[in-house]
Write a protein that binds this ligand. Structure first.
Ligand code: 45D
Length: 167
């Protein structure tokens, strides 16, 4: 490979990722979790900018919903739809957003969140993105993940009041 810095690589993968359909973005996140899951250990308390109580509070709301609603919420987050959960999510720090997705993935493993369908066939671009991402170091993967999940949901301070939904 020619000299290409991490940021350039990330820009390429980010545009690949953002070009994926909503469902394929969810599929990609799931595959990344499966790949790195065991190497993620929640950092020592106070050692990071994650707010576990906040992530757990939001996760708890989603966990109580039906499986259809759980999927809808996740699709809406990817689509940056202006919903109550989307705004709560948008107010989180990037690391807390990552923790929230991590909790969702663990919920999928534990059976409290709608599972990834065994027979789902993602677009080949998902495998293409995975092939790149698995070559990254752990910290590069986290950096990339923050960029993927950062813009999801809506920033409550940046989106105008919606008269129809009251949000
Ligand atoms: O029917 O500093 C489809 C912390 C198809 C600690 C579907 C950390 C149709 C502090 C859409 C596929 C741990 C936070 C269905 C750091 C269909 C700290 C469903 C690191 C049902 C650095 C698809 C955290 C679904 C890290 C439901 C690295 C897909 C966290 C759902 C990484 C996918 C988290 C989900 C990752 C994926 C989470 C929920 C990679 C989550 C991935």
């Amino acid at each position: 490979m020619t000299a290409m810095n991490t940021d350039t690589l990330h820009t390429e993968i980010l545009s690949l990722v953002r070009g994926l359909s909503t469902d394929d973005q969810l599929a990609l996140l799931w595959l990344i979790y499966k790949e790195m899951g065991s190497s993620v250990t929640p950092a020592a308390p106070g050692a990071s900018t994650a707010s576990p109580a906040v992530a757990e509070g939001l996760f708890g709301q989603v966990q109580q919903m039906s499986q259809d609603q759980q999927l809808q919420i996740q699709r809406d987050l990817v689509k940056q739809k202006n919903t109550q959960i989307g705004r709560e999510y948008g107010a989180l720090s990037p690391t807390t957003k990552l923790l929230f997705w991590y909790l969702l993935a663990q919920g999928m493993d534990a059976g409290s969140i709608i599972p990834y369908p065994e027979d789902y066939q993602p677009d080949p671009d998902v495998a293409k993105a995975m092939a790149q991402i698995t070559k990254f170091s752990f910290s590069e993967q986290i950096h990339l993940l923050r960029q993927i999940v950062g813009p999801m949901g809506v920033d409550p301070s940046a989106v105008a009041h919606d008269i129809n939904t009251g949000l």
